[in-house]
Design a protein around this ligand. Structure first.
Ligand code: HEM
Length: 250
């Protein structure tokens, strides 16, 4: 029995060493988590919470897509089926709906934190711009998802939303037709909103989050006590020392 315990306690370690010798995993993990974090940095975990909520949305969204049917004839009925007949369907749908609101709220709080602490300043301009795109994609999730229940509220919200796009000078009509898949809201609108909601936006957001995090990783978090300083100084520091804008006191 004791021998068995020792075996179970050590074989994962031995397997890890076996893998590590072949693929330098320690080094890889070290490089992954070794991010310069100034003592004064305080992210309030807002970016991480936004990422966590995206994970929740992905899981609950996949579960909902098992029963949801993106056609005008069946969409509303499939939502009723999820709410009333599928086991825990009401819970999964409610988490998805609340999660959508929370993700937008936390994304905006994260933006405000970055703004207030001046973490958008050089050399982090591109991290900020990737963030702005992330916020657009997050709002896009909300806009496309709202139509999917295909009830009166969904239909009229999308009517108003697409009319706002239609009011853009010069390109308005083209934008409205692009959003609706024609001049009216039809089955085509529902299928393109569904495709955008479950494929285009998730893939786009996942790729962009990866780029956003690689940028954060490479530069380290900003030091809120020294947010100004000339961009050249910061870039110089990056070339000389560890990574851009990172301080050693972590
Ligand atoms: C889906 C949306 C987003 C996710 C998942 C996300 C995720 C993250 C995470 C995990 C971090 C590192 C920790 C932290 O600062 O909390 C970060 C940093 C950062 N994010 Fe975002 N972010 C998102 C949207 C945005 C938006 C909307 C902006 C601004 C327009 C933005 C700008 C930045 C900047 C400039 C940093 C570096 C902060 C620093 O160095 O202190 N992000 N993001």
């Amino acid at each position: 029995m004791q021998q068995k315990d020792v075996f179970y306690r050590t074989w994962p370690l031995r397997f890890w060493n076996w893998l590590d010798k072949r693929y330098a995993l320690q080094e890889f993990l070290h490089a992954l988590v070794d991010v310069p974090i100034p003592r004064s940095a305080n992210t309030l975990y807002l970016g991480g919470i936004t990422l966590f909520l995206f994970g929740i949305q992905a899981i609950t969204g996949i579960l909902l897509s098992i029963y949801y049917q993106p056609t005008p004839e069946n969409a509303y009925g499939s939502i009723l089926f999820i709410m009333n007949d599928v086991r825990f369907g009401w819970l999964i749908r409610s988490i998805h709906a609340w999660g959508a609101n929370l993700m937008i709220i936390f994304c905006i709080l994260h933006l405000l934190r970055v703004f207030v602490q001046g973490a958008y300043k050089p050399p982090r301009e591109l991290t900020w711009m990737a963030g702005v795109l992330l916020l657009m994609l997050t709002l896009g999730f909300g806009f496309t998802g709202y139509l999917l229940p295909w009830d009166q509220r969904a239909f009229w919200a999308t009517t108003v939303g697409s009319e706002i796009a239609g009011a853009i000078p010069l390109v308005g009509q083209a934008a409205l037709n692009f959003l609706r898949g024609g001049p009216e809201i039809t089955a085509l609108t529902l299928s393109r909103f569904f495709g955008t909601h479950v494929l285009v936006l998730p893939v786009g957001l996942a790729l962009l989050v990866a780029i956003h995090l690689v940028m954060v990783h490479q530069q380290g978090l900003a030091d809120p006590t020294e947010p100004t300083g000339s961009p050249d100084d910061l870039l110089q520091e990056g070339a000389e020392g560890s990574r851009v804008g990172g301080s050693d006191d972590h």
